[in-house]
Design a protein. Sequence first.
Length: 244
Amino acid sequence: MLIDKEKCIGCEECHPYCPVGAIAAVEWEGRAVSEIDQVECVECGCCYKRSGVCPVDAIYMPKLEWPRSIREPFSNPHIKHPSTTGQGRGTEEMKTNDVTGRFPFGMAGVAVEMGRPGVGTSFRDLQTVAMAIARLGVEFEPNNPVAELMADPKTGKLHEQVLNEKVLSAILEFKIKTEKLREVLVAIKDVSAKIDTVFSLDLISRVYPDGTTPALAIAKDAGFTPRPNTKTNVGLGRPLFKEA
Ligand code: SF4
Ligand code: SF4
């Protein structure tokens, strides 16, 4: 996003709209105007025309070229990802396992939701986490929009060109055998000290016929305090899979 300094009257009305604090007052040709830091701007569109915040219509969006163009779909929920044609940061199937059966007995699903409004995340940080867990044999979700940015899903390495791109949030989604889950969770805990952002951790698991959820005990043993959630589709979610 850019500000046309010729038009800008320096009212600063747009500043609070930016979730990453990228808009600042500057002096330009002897008067106060506003400017957008192009390193920090995640192209979320909150300050843009649709908000109607700028009284003189000085904020505009230039055509975004690759790799900067990936910032917009990861930061603006109204924009579809070109690779998946879906909106949002992850895949909905993580929340509808009762229909898809993506995570069978013996497997756990994990999502590392990196970045949040106010912080954001770079793909360099996302790569740091991806590489720390890839060596443990995780299977990254191919339908997640991060997948097309991976140069090598076996190592978790991303394409070099995207590493400096910053977005509001991106999710690393993968599955892992339950017996390897503890090791993966400990690796995530360890790597959290090496990144410059925040993340939430989601753990998806089947409830076993005896009512237990082994993944919960594993998460506790790995030093996490899980908050169990469940989504019930009250009979509307018809399984599209057969139990193995
Ligand atoms: S597009 Fe979003 S991140 Fe960029 S300046 Fe506007 S509000 Fe801030
Ligand atoms: S709202 Fe418009 S005129 Fe006011 S500081 Fe922002 S860009 Fe400039």
